[in-house]
Design a protein around this ligand. Structure first.
Ligand code: 13P
Length: 253
């Protein structure tokens, strides 16, 4: 991490995706207990499925562990069957929300304009959005990864985030759930390009917005990835489901 003194603490975020029944609360309790015994250098957050958010938030209340939603609607309420609003996430105890994860973009056709609307709604509800971007293998092999991701950043961040807490997560699609990780060179190149876009868009604030890396982060590679320039933390999928693995990643900082 090459971050200035005004930079927020790094963020290690565990995205449980569509995993987790009631019994999984024990994993979150185990993470909270370990962080209580040894406070982390990073801020740490778990993003359980919506069904567990309220109970998980209550279970870890007062611990060094934040919670958040995996998605939110762009509106605060209304006739949107099956959706969850940012206000509902805040009401359930969450303080962050993931916006525009590639699985939402792919499975539900979310566009960057919609993602920007979600991030705007999140910030309006007092949540800290983590806005996700990332290219497919096809785009990378066509040599267009950087230009694609920079345009996603441009289109997915609403101007209203100026002055608000938010972060960006770079998650190359070909590295998600595949066991394949982007090389540190790939990560450094992409994070530098995202940083330049953030600074051009948000000025001074853009220098301190955290840029997380996601895509097969695990205990074995976390230290190297988290030490790379402009890596402000990690968005972890599979390895966040087990307290032991997630804690090893948190402690890699
Ligand atoms: P994996 O860590 O399972 O590759 O998932 C990454 C991710 O999509 C986190 O949001």
């Amino acid at each position: 991490m090459t971050l200035s003194s005004t930079t927020p603490r790094p963020l290690i975020a565990g995205n449980w995706k569509m995993n987790g029944l009631s019994v999984a609360l024990d994993e979150a309790r185990a993470v909270a207990a370990a962080l209580e015994a040894k406070p982390p250098a990073a801020r740490v957050a778990i993003f359980p499925p919506a069904t567990l958010l309220h109970r998980l938030s209550q279970a870890v209340e007062g611990a060094h562990l934040l919670t958040g939603g995996q998605d939110c609607h762009g509106k605060s309420s209304g006739a949107h069957t099956g959706d969850v609003s940012a206000e509902m996430i805040a009401d359930a105890g969450g303080s962050l929300v993931i916006c525009g994860h590639s699985e939402r973009r792919t499975d539900h056709g979310e566009t960057s304009a919609q993602v920007a609307g979600k991030a705007e709604a999140a910030a309006a509800a007092g949540l800290e959005p983590i806005v996700c971007v990332g290219e497919t293998l096809e785009t990378r092999e066509a040599g267009q990864a950087v230009s694609f991701v920079v345009s996603q950043v441009r289109d997915s961040l609403p101007t209203s985030l100026a002055g608000k807490a938010f972060s960006v997560a770079y998650e190359p699609l070909w590295a998600i759930g595949t066991g394949r990780t982007a090389s540190v060179d790939n990560i450094v190149e992409m994070h530098a390009a995202i940083r330049a876009e953030l600074v051009s868009r948000f000025g001074e604030q853009g220098r301190t917005v955290l840029i997380l890396y996601g895509g097969s982060v695990k205990p074995e590679n976390a230290r190297e990835i988290l030490a790379a320039p402009e890596v402000g933390g990690a968005l972890v999928g599979g390895a966040s489901l087990k307290a032991k693995d997630f804690l090893a990643i948190i402690q890699a900082l």
